[in-house]
Design a protein around this ligand. Structure first.
Ligand code: 5GP
Ligand code: MG
Ligand code: MG
Length: 179
């Protein structure tokens, strides 16, 4: 079994999400804001964040995937544009679990731009910088990490660990290797 090394505790996440909610509430005061969560990874973060934003907001989800059952992006990002809300002329905040290469967000921004929103910004629970392949940086983030494969708080490895209330670094032993 791979080992779980703590990165962010439940309490640390709560504190950071509350602060992010205050900042977003201040930045979008009196604006029409739509939060678009990226499934599946962002579902836990989105649920907490929306309750710390003290503004009327609309919520929708979009599905993106590039991993399958392994730990690195194939670079071939699949987006299912199944939005049910009209985002034209509204401010969009994309809610992601983690920004790694940036390819998923780049693809999502291109896709959402077609609906002519007033603005698009990105809020990621984790900003993981080492493998970035684009100029993109999240406008809002809870935690910045350089590297490592993180799980918990919505983040999975082969569909496992999403339910953990804290965030961990998944450490494989040399004999286990990775898929
Ligand atoms: P990107 O396109 O920025 O490389 O990666 C986007 C997606 O890959 C993230 O939304 C996330 O679902 C997945 N991902 C990237 N890094 C990690 C990680 O450290 N742990 C997990 N569980 N998923 C990751
Ligand atoms: Mg994601
Ligand atoms: Mg995943």
């Amino acid at each position: 079994m791979p080992e779980l090394l703590p990165v962010l505790s439940k309490e640390e996440i709560q504190e950071k999400v509350a602060r992010l909610g205050q900042q977003i509430s201040a930045d979008y005061k009196d604006e029409q804001l739509v939060l678009i969560g990226v499934l599946k990874g962002a579902f836990v973060f989105m649920a907490d964040l929306v309750r710390s934003i003290h503004l009327p907001v609309e919520i929708d989800f979009i599905t993106a995937s590039s991993y399958g059952h392994c730990d690195h992006s194939s670079g071939d990002v699949q987006v299912q544009d199944d939005l049910r809300i009209d985002i034209r002329d509204k401010h969009v905040l994309i809610i992601e679990d983690i920004l790694d290469t940036g390819l998923t967000i780049q693809r999502l921004i291109a896709c959402l731009s077609c609906h002519q929103p007033r603005s698009i910004r990105v809020c990621a629970c984790i900003d993981k910088t080492e493998r970035r392949q684009t100029d993109l940086r999240p406008d809002y983030w809870c935690h910045r990490a350089q590297q490592g494969f993180l799980v918990g708080y919505g983040l999975d490895y082969a569909e496992q660990y999403r339910q953990l209330p804290a965030i961990y670094h998944l450490q494989f032993s040399a004999s286990e290797g990775k898929k």
